[in-house]
Design a protein. Structure first.
Length: 298
């Protein structure tokens, strides 16, 4: 798998990224499973990993930090994302009563320092704000991000799940570029093509990161009308490309210049994502799938 620039400001990442948002504290044999999946990703050429302070109630970062500590690979050979912004009630933080957003100076600094400790590293390659908290002081948030970048704890800044206007708003007060925006994009969720998110990301010379590229398994398994329509076309096209339908679904995203953000713990599905880079989807096939998803005719 090739390494590509995430934006015109860098850095280089693998063509697919593995993220841990579907991991939780109850994941069976999680530490051992994480080591196995990290090693599988590295074998496939996926060297970029996406974390957040809330994944697995913070345990996902700790499990990954233990993998780093074993030194089976060099820290400089991988690219680490982590993020903050969403606060969720859990037994480890009894003071959180309701899901909310927090991008205040205090929360950003505390979250980053905790992530660095859990990940057993002294820097994060890309640090992201997940959603924009309307109650936080925007200028203070921007100053905090700048200070973290200047300190060397953070190499680059990104965002996740920002609307076009939120992206523009934060960019207007930063003195350095935002290098990525994570958005949900797949054959069952095509809204970023219509609401301007995808266009604006490209206008800023970035590659969008497409979270949930297989729609949480719904592309292959859901009995919803849209999923059935899309799957029918995928199954008809699969023999042409000698590929699994999930590989075709990911290739549809890749055709847009997006980077698929893998979330599955199913190792076969990780292989399906990697296989999507072995062929190029025909233009008319791409539109046939888009038509099936949006119930439009071209």
């Amino acid at each position: 798998m090739k390494k590509i620039y995430l934006s015109d400001s860098g850095p280089k990442v693998s063509e697919a990224v593995y993220g841990f948002w579907r991991w939780d504290a109850e994941t069976e044999n999680a530490p051992q499973k994480m080591e196995r999946i990290v090693n599988l990703c590295l074998e496939l050429g996926i060297n970029t990993f996406d974390h957040a302070d809330i994944y697995g109630h913070g345990l996902a970062e700790s499990w990954f930090g233990d993998v780093i500590a074993k030194k089976s690979f060099k820290r400089e050979d991988i690219v680490l994302f982590t993020k903050c912004g969403i606060s969720l009630p859990n037994h480890n933080q009894p003071g959180i009563r309701i899901k909310h957003y927090n991008t205040s100076r205090e929360h950003i600094k505390e979250s980053l320092d905790n992530s660095l400790k859990r990940l057993k590293t002294d820097y994060i390659d890309i640090f992201l704000l997940d959603h924009l908290d309307p109650l936080s002081n925007l200028e203070e948030t921007a100053i905090t991000l700048a200070q973290l970048k200047e300190s060397g704890k953070v190499k680059n800044i990104g965002v996740a799940n920002f609307t076009v206007f939120q992206h523009q708003l934060l960019a207007s007060v930063l003195r350095f570029p935002i290098v990525t925006n994570h958005i949900e994009l797949n054959l069952l969720q095509t809204e970023p093509l219509e609401n301007g998110q995808l266009d604006y990301i490209k206008q800023r010379f970035m590659r969008p990161l497409a979270s949930s590229p297989l729609a949480g398994g719904d592309i292959a398994n859901s009995t919803d009308h849209k999923a059935l329509a899309v799957r029918s076309v995928l199954e008809k096209l699969a023999p042409k490309y000698n590929a699994d339908i999930e590989s075709l679904a990911v290739a549809w995203i890749v055709s847009l210049g997006a980077i698929p953000l893998i979330g599955t713990t199913n190792e076969a599905r990780i292989h399906h994502v990697a296989d999507a880079f072995n062929f190029e989807l025909d233009r008319q096939d791409w539109y046939q799938l888009y038509a099936a998803s949006t119930n439009q005719k071209y």
